[in-house]
Design a protein around this ligand. Sequence first.
Ligand SMILES: N[C@@H](CCC(=O)N[C@@H](CS(=O)(=O)O)C(=O)NCC(=O)O)C(=O)O
Length: 215
Amino acid sequence: MKIYDWPTGPYPARIRIALAEKNLQSSVEFVPINLWKGEHKTPGFLAKNYSGTLPVLELDNGICLAECTAITVYLDALVGEPTLTGRTPLEKGMIQMMTKRAEIEMLDAISVYFHHATPGLGPDVEHYQNREWGLRQRDKALRGMHYFDGVLRKQSFIAGEAFSMADIAVIGGFIFAAAVKLPIPQECSALLAWFARMQERPSVREQLAIVPPKH
Ligand SMILES: N[C@@H](CCC(=O)N[C@@H](CS(=O)(=O)O)C(=O)NCC(=O)O)C(=O)O
């Protein structure tokens, strides 16, 4: 299997963490796609992923899977423990809901802020920007951080009492927030304590230690 990604990208980090949790890193070849040069928008790459985003999982038979949640569901089904997408119907539903909420309320919102209210990937890649929209999404992400702080005052992990794909999605949000220098509000003490606890996991620590390649 091949993973087309950018080593320190927030969304690719979600898959790198999932691979490490499932002990599958040796089963994949990482192929860097330099999004700073727009390599993810070339016809060749768009043929692999219509949406032109990273990461993409390419199976040995050439089938390509994009979207972090979909890739994680696939990897989780490949090998057993630890389960990242739930065992019971309720766990599965809750993890899907909280992963989607992590994207809508935090990760995707920060991504929009990055692409629209900062220089983003640069003028050769960012062909349209709307600063007001980007700033609104930044504020949405800050509200999302408060939401997840409230969730973590009632439970140990994002989707309940076990580490899951939903935690990995919020970790992706932290990685993007750090990349755009968007601080987590200090009053979000439960969220900050949860992130400190997440960094005790080798899969997370290793990802955060990757030095960004020159682009
Ligand atoms: N919904 C997609 C979003 C993926 C995404 O936005 N990936 C970023 C990569 S990174 O910013 O996290 O490194 C990207 O391709 N951005 C390039 C672009 O949006 O032009 C998913 O879940 O995989």
